[in-house]
Design a protein around this ligand. Structure first.
Ligand code: GAR
Length: 199
């Protein structure tokens, strides 16, 4: 990696998502115009996900891969290698990352989770389901967790957490809005710091 940087090459990110793609857009805009980091591609696993449109709007190569591509072939890994990707960023990606990708990118897959892990994590705990559970349990605070990905849902070395208050009149929707603000403020910056720390 050091060789690539000293040779003037840039750190290339792949963003993986399944839904709206607000984080993918924020990360892409944060790094746009930088000469040391580039979003090389946006990969999505739902054909009609809005993240695909965002990739087009951003002028970033978007690519759909289905279940078989992820779990029954080397298609995704081949693509990451072909795009010379250095780091894989999960931004609302709702499947487990296949072992082969984790092995090819050891400690180089980063995820964001919209709660204070280890609370409200695990299979089925994603997006709005998380905020519904947090409000339902009467939590006084929630937040975001950014962590290195391993082969379990929402586990792996923690990199960063930020908190927000859950007010008594918060609904899952208003809480989601607070969490999105935290994601916007911190996720791109934590990625930036992490990928430079580990070169
Ligand atoms: C984000 O809030 C992200 O934290 C969450 O999905 C949302 C995706 O939104 N991720 C998880 O729940 C992972 N377990 P986006 O597609 O608009 O970025």
């Amino acid at each position: 990696m050091l060789d690539r940087l000293t040779m003037g090459n840039i750190i290339r990110l792949a963003i993986l998502g399944s839904g709206n793609g607000t984080n993918a857009q924020q990360i892409s805009e944060y790094f746009a115009g930088r000469d040391d980091v580039e979003v090389a591609c946006i990969i999505y696993n739902k054909k009609d996900a809005f993240i695909a449109q965002r990739a087009r709007n951003l002028g970033i190569e978007g690519h759909y891969f289905g279940w078989k591509d992820f779990y029954q072939s080397s298609a995704v890994l081949d693509y990451l290698r072909q795009r010379e990707v250095d780091w894989v960023i999960l931004a609302g990606f709702l499947w487990l990352v296949p072992e082969a990708i984790l092995e090819a990118y050891p400690n180089r897959v980063i995820n964001i989770h919209p709660a204070l892990l280890p609370k409200y994590g695990g299979k089925g705990m994603y997006g709005h389901h998380v905020h519904e559970a947090v409000v339902e349990h009467g939590e006084k605070e929630s937040g975001i967790t950014i962590h290195i990905v391993d082969n379990r849902y929402d586990c792996g070395t923690m990199l960063f957490q930020a908190k927000c208050e859950v007010a008594s009149d918060d609904t899952p929707d208003t809480l989601a809005a607070k969490i999105h603000l935290l994601e916007k403020e911190y996720f791109p910056r934590v990625i930036d710091e992490t990928i430079h720390r580990q070169q």
